[in-house]
Design a protein around this ligand. Structure first.
Ligand code: SAM
Length: 225
């Protein structure tokens, strides 16, 4: 597939990703996120960034008119393609979520699950989201986090991660607090509608934000002004 980078960190885990992630964060957390996504509706034309194996894409498939499921790794997309074959409203495409090339104000919803904590310069992903979302469009960000866990619990998760994935893609995995994630999103001009922690230990940040006219026109809020 065009755009496939052989050295993409996640490509080599495409076939083992689901099982490996369940080992690191636990099956109940993935199920809790999926159950929460199933409560969404009216997502219109949706683009998902970093869809991976399509585990969460499957949950929102019937909540959107059309889903453009994207990932930088074509190996991940191959696995997602097998999982999502029965859906006729899903298109899979290789895309870099920091610079997609999609037209401005094209989508009603951007979904980003477990990408911001693993990527260099996550603000670029949010800038791109605000550019391609229509004004008033929905940004749905979900990120696993060890926020609120004891040091020992954090260490156990870190060791589990290292056992199945080795060193993280950018030298570390960011563990956002809800407040940090809210600030990151607001800095790109989004209005946070909802921000919650779901699951047990660890948890996931589940954040919904709306693209404002300032965000979609490219104007940004400047701190201190
Ligand atoms: C931690 S996995 C999460 C996969 C899936 N969203 C999930 O939660 O099960 C991160 C995914 O983001 C993809 N990814 C990393 N950098 C990306 C980029 N710049 N553009 C698009 N996808 C990217 C990886 O290939 C991988 O599939």
């Amino acid at each position: 597939m065009p755009g496939w980078k052989k050295d993409n960190y996640w490509s080599k885990f495409a076939k083992s990703y689901d099982e490996a992630t369940e080992y690191v964060v636990g099956k109940p957390l993935r199920q809790a996120v999926r159950a929460r996504l199933l409560q969404e509706g009216g997502l219109g034309r949706l683009v998902e960034f970093g869809c991976g194996t399509g585990f969460f894409t499957e949950a929102i498939a019937e909540k959107a008119v059309h889903v453009l499921a994207t990932d930088i790794s074509s190996e991940m997309l191959q696995v997602a393609g097998e999982r999502l074959a029965r859906f006729h409203n899903i298109t899979l495409q290789v895309a870099d979520c920091r610079k997609t090339g999609y037209s401005s104000r094209t989508f009603d919803t951007v979904l980003v699950v477990n990408v911001l904590q693993t990527i260099d310069k996550p603000s670029l992903v949010l800038k791109e989201s605000s550019r391609i979302l229509r004004s008033g469009g929905l940004l749905l960000v979900i990120s696993y986090t060890d926020y609120g866990l004891s040091l020992l619990e954090k260490m156990i998760i870190g060791i589990r991660y290292f056992t199945v994935f080795g060193l993280p893609p950018i030298g570390r995995i960011r563990n956002f607090s809800p407040a940090e994630m809210e600030r990151l999103v607001e800095r790109e001009g989004f209005e946070v509608l909802q921000s919650e922690l779901i699951g047990g230990k660890p948890k996931a940040i589940y954040l919904k934000a709306r693209s404002t006219p300032a965000a979609s026109s490219g104007r940004r809020f400047v701190e201190g002004c």
